[in-house]
Design a protein around this ligand. Structure first.
Ligand code: NDP
Length: 451
C-alpha cells in the first residue's frame, strides 16, 4: 500500500464514526499521491500522517439558562488543527447537526484553504450542537457567554482566532466578543467578523459570497465566458448566499433560486437587488423563513425540497450553480441533472457541498468545478485582512479591502491552475487547490522538525 492509502486506512480505523471527516481526508489525500513521489522528504518525516491529526481538540460542556429558567446543556468544540503557517484560524458553527467528525472535517479543510489565501493563518474550526433558530436574543446571548466562558482560555489574537459560520453571524460574534472582552479585560483581535464599531473590517460580511463569485468569474474567463446573461442557482439564504446574489447581480447574472432547510423558492424573473435586500432583512433581522419570499413575490415555493432537488425534479435550466448552504447538498443525481440541463460551472460557497460522486460527474463532463477550499476562501482571507487592520490599529476603506479580496481570489485561482498543470492535471481545480495548499503547510512542518 502507498503511504497515502495507509493514512486513509488508519483514519477510518481509529475514528470509524466520522464519515464527513473521512470524506474530506479522502478527497485531499487521493490528489496528493504525486507529491509523495516528488517529495520523499515529506514521506520520511511522515508529514501525511501528521497533517491529518489535529494539533489539539477541545470538547466542553456549555450549560446555559433559557428564558423560562430551565437549565440546558450543549456540547462545545474547538479543534485547533494546524498552526504551521500562522495562528489557528477558522469559524464557529452553531447547528444541531454539529459533532466531532463535522468539526474535524471543517478544520482539516480550513488548513488547506487558509494556506491558499497567501496569508499567514493556520487551520481550526469549532462550534456547538446548539440551535439558534427559534431562540430569543437573550437566550442566544446567554449561550454565547457560556460558550466563551470555556473557549476564552484556548484562544487569543496570536494563538487562535475564531469567526462565524452556519448559525454564527454578526449577533453571535458581538455576544462572544463582548464576553471575551469582559473576562479578559482586553480589547484585542481575538475574533473576526466583528462589528465595524469594535474592530471589524469593511467587506468581511460580504467576503465569502463576493469571493466565490470572483473565483467563478476567473474560471469562466478561462473559457472566454462571463456572468452576463447567465442564469444562476444559489442555495441557502444566509450570509454566503446573500452576498453571492448581490455580487452575481453586479456582474450581470440572474439568480433564480434560494432555500433554507425548510423550502426552496424559484423566481424566474430573478432575485434583483431590491429582493436581495428583502432577503437580508427577512433572514438577518426578522429571522424568518424563505417561504415568506414566495408569499411576498408570488413565486414558486417547494417545501421540503432543496434547490438541487427542485432543479432535478422540475428540469430547470441553469448555467452556473453556486451551492451556499451546507455539506453534501449536491449528490450524484443532482449533479447529473445539472449537467443534463446545461450547467457549465459549479463554484462552491459552502464547504464540501458536493459529494465525491457528484464531483466525479462534474469532472467527467468537463464542467468548470472548484472545491470550496479554493472558491470560498475569500471569507477567511478577509478575516486575515481584519487581523492585519487590528494589529496595525487602522481601518482600510471598503474599496481597499474589496481590491485586496479580488487580488487574493485571482491569486488563489492562478495557484490552482498552475499547480494542476505542474502535476499534469490541467483544468483540475481539486488537485490544484489540494496540492498548492498542502505543499505550503508541509514545507513549514518540515522546517520545524518533529514537533
Ligand atoms: P448561515 O447560517 O448564514 O446560512 C446557512 C444557510 O444554509 C441558511 O439558509 C440555512 O437554512 C441553510 N442550511 C444550513 N444547513 C442546512 C441543511 N442541512 N439543509 C438545508 N439548508 C441548510 O451560514 P453561512 O452562510 O455562513 O454558511 C453557509 C456555508 O458556507 C457553510 O457550508 C459554511 O461552512 C460555508 N462558509 C461560510 C463562510 C462564512 O464566512 N460565513 C466562509 C466559508 C464557508 P436554515 O436557516 O433553515 O438553517
Amino acid at each position: 500500500m502507498s503511504v497515502i492509502k495507509d493514512v486513509l486506512a488508519k483514519v477510518k480505523q481509529i475514528d470509524p464514526d466520522q464519515p464527513e471527516f473521512h470524506q474530506a481526508v479522502e478527497e485531499v489525500m487521493e490528489t496528493l499521491e504525486p507529491t509523495a513521489k516528488r517529495h520523499p522528504e515529506f514521506v520520511k518525516a511522515n508529514i501525511y500522517e501528521r497533517i491529518v491529526e489535529p494539533e489539539r481538540s477541545m470538547i466542553f460542556r456549555v450549560p446555559w439558562v433559557d428564558d423560562k429558567g430551565n437549565v440546558s446543556v450543549n456540547r462545545g468544540f474547538r479543534i485547533q488543527y494546524n498552526n504551521a503557517i500562522g495562528p489557528f484560524k477558522g469559524g464557529l458553527r452553531f447547528h444541531p447537526s454539529v459533532n466531532l467528525g463535522i468539526i474535524k472535517f471543517l478544520g482539516f479543510e480550513q488548513t488547506f484553504k487558509n494556506a491558499l489565501t497567501t496569508l499567514p493563518m493556520g487551520g481550526a474550526k469549532g462550534g456547538s450542537d446548539f440551535d439558534p433558530k427559534g431562540k430569543s436574543d437573550g437566550e442566544v446571548m446567554r449561550f454565547c457567554q457560556a460558550f466563551m466562558r470555556e473557549m476564552f482560555r484556548h484562544v487569543g489574537p496570536e494563538t487562535d482566532v475564531p469567526a462565524g459560520d452556519i448559525g454564527v453571524g454578526a449577533r453571535e460574534i458581538g455576544y462572544l466578543y463582548g464576553y471575551y472582552k469582559k473576562i479578559r479585560n482586553e480589547h484585542t483581535g481575538v475574533l473576526t467578523g466583528k462589528g465595524l464599531e469594535y474592530g471589524g473590517s469593511l467587506i468581511r460580511p460580504e467576503a465569502t459570497g463576493y469571493g466565490t463569485t470572483y473565483f467563478a468569474a476567473e474560471m469562466l474567463a478561462t473559457r472566454g465566458l462571463d456572468y452576463k446573461g447567465k442564469v444562476v442557482a444559489v442555495s441557502g439564504s444566509g450570509n454566503v448566499a446573500q452576498y453571492t446574489v448581490e455580487k452575481v447581480n453586479q456582474l450581470g447574472g440572474k439568480v433564480i433560486t434560494l432555500c433554507d432547510s425548510s423550502s426552496t423558492v424559484v423566481d424566474e424573473k430573478g432575485i434583483d437587488d431590491k429582493k436581495c435586500t428583502y432577503v437580508m432583512e427577512l433572514k438577518n433581522v426578522k429571522r424568518g423563513r424563505i417561504k415568506e419570499y414566495a408569499d411576498k413575490y408570488k413565486t414558486a415555493c417547494y417545501e421540503g425540497a432543496s434547490v438541487w432537488d427542485v432543479i432535478r425534479d422540475q428540469g430547470i435550466k441553469v448555467d452556473i450553480a453556486m451551492p451556499c448552504a451546507t455539506q453534501n447538498e449536491i449528490d450524484a443525481s443532482h449533479a447529473a441533472a445539472l449537467v443534463k440541463n446545461g450547467c457549465i460551472c459549479v463554484a462552491e460557497g459552502a464547504n464540501m457541498p458536493s459529494t465525491p460522486d457528484a464531483v466525479k460527474i462534474f469532472q467527467e463532463n468537463n464542467i468548470l468545478y472548484a472545491p470550496g477550499k479554493a472558491s470560498n476562501a475569500g471569507g477567511v482571507a478577509t478575516s486575515g485582512l481584519e487581523m492585519s487592520q487590528n494589529s496595525m490599529k487602522i481601518s482600510w476603506t471598503r474599496d481597499e479591502v474589496d481590491k485586496r479580496l479580488l487580488i487574493i481570489m485571482k491569486s488563489i485561482h492562478k495557484a490552482c491552475v498552475e499547480t494542476a498543470e505542474t502535476y499534469g492535471k490541467k483544468g483540475d481545480y481539486v488537485t490544484g487547490a489540494n496540492i498548492a495548499g498542502f505543499i505550503k503547510v508541509a514545507n513549514a512542518m518540515l522546517a520545524y522538525g518533529v514537533v
